[in-house]
Write a protein that binds this ligand. Structure first.
Ligand code: SAM
Length: 276
């Protein structure tokens, strides 16, 4: 019979650390649903970020070809060794994933890969942006986030939740919610509900694009959400109104829009006519 999470954690004298966002999942039905909806198959290499006590890692191991997991907390070493004792396709790296260079991380995976992660909420945005901007072999990211963040990541242009990160996702692919996870599913229970968002990366969604330039425009467009785009362009690029309006006209964008009204392809068009 499998030992319960509580028994295993007690055996190794493990105490949950709030600073590392340690809220663990145990329900194997939920974990299997997440892995299935993430689209993980026996042909896939998976990068798991934040393995915790290894419950998700174990389900990933059963369903994937290979799993490379990152875990910052060295105190989880004996726990993971025990829980994953029969998982021979798993390699755990005890390191802060934010400190790992993308090239080193990708060389460990040595293949196209999927990211699956139940992360502490404070590192969600840096992780997503890092893989969107620098990941060269990432196929998808299925990431547990707070319900409100899930709505932001999957928003459409014009929605109030739509933001710079939504555009960042749409420049590389698209996002959808693949599981709703109520707070009661975690130990210890957090004070918010969560959802798993899957970001599918489309290879060469936009070709012939200077992504740094697009990201600059997006940052400037959202620098003051309440202002119209023309005003944000004037402030951000130090342009006279006539020049900012000319840019919008050239990109075929209305003079009265706000940053949140534009799609990723609108931003790509804008970046191509900005020459400052
Ligand atoms: N995957 C497990 C689960 O679903 O039960 C644990 C999820 S828990 C929300 C997040 C895990 O990420 C914790 O085990 C924590 O120690 C780890 N973690 C936090 N910051 C990290 C970082 N920068 N790099 C790697 N792991 C990190």
């Amino acid at each position: 019979m499998e030992k319960s999470l509580k028994t295993i954690l007690q055996t190794y004298g493990f105490n949950f650390k709030k600073a590392y966002g340690q809220n663990f999942l145990t329900d194997t039905t939920l974990l299997s649903e997440i892995v299935k909806n993430a689209g993980v198959t026996k042909d896939d290499v998976v990068l798991e970020i934040g393995c915790g006590a290894g419950a998700l890692t174990k389900v990933l191991s059963k369903n994937a070809k290979k799993v490379v997991g990152y875990e910052i907390d060295q105190k989880l070493k004996p726990v993971l060794r025990d829980v994953l004792s029969d998982c021979d396709n798993v390699e755990i790296v005890f390191n802060d994933v934010l400190k790992e260079k993308m090239s080193e991380l990708e060389s460990k995976l040595n293949d196209d890969y999927m990211v699956v992660a139940n992360l502490p909420y404070y590192i969600t945005t840096p992780i997503i942006m890092n893989f969107l901007e620098k990941g060269s072999r990432v196929k998808s990211m299925s990431i547990m986030v707070q319900k409100e963040v899930a709505e932001r990541l999957t928003a459409k242009a014009g929605d109030s939740e739509y933001g710079a990160i939504t555009v960042g996702i749409n420049l590389r692919g698209s996002a959808k919610i693949i599981a709703d996870v109520p707070r009661e599913m975690f130990t210890p229970m957090p004070n918010v509900d969560s959802a798993v968002v899957k970001i599918d990366i489309e290879k060469n969604k936009f070709s012939d694009v200077d992504f740094k330039k697009v990201r600059d425009v997006v940052r400037i467009a959202f620098s003051s959400r309440r202002k119209m785009l023309v005003n944000n362009l004037m402030n951000g690029y130090k342009l006279p109104r006539a020049k900012a309006e000319e840019i919008l006209n050239m990109a075929n964008v209305s003079l009265t829009v706000r940053g949140e009204d534009l799609t990723a392809s609108d931003y790509v068009r804008l970046s191509k006519v900005i020459n400052v």
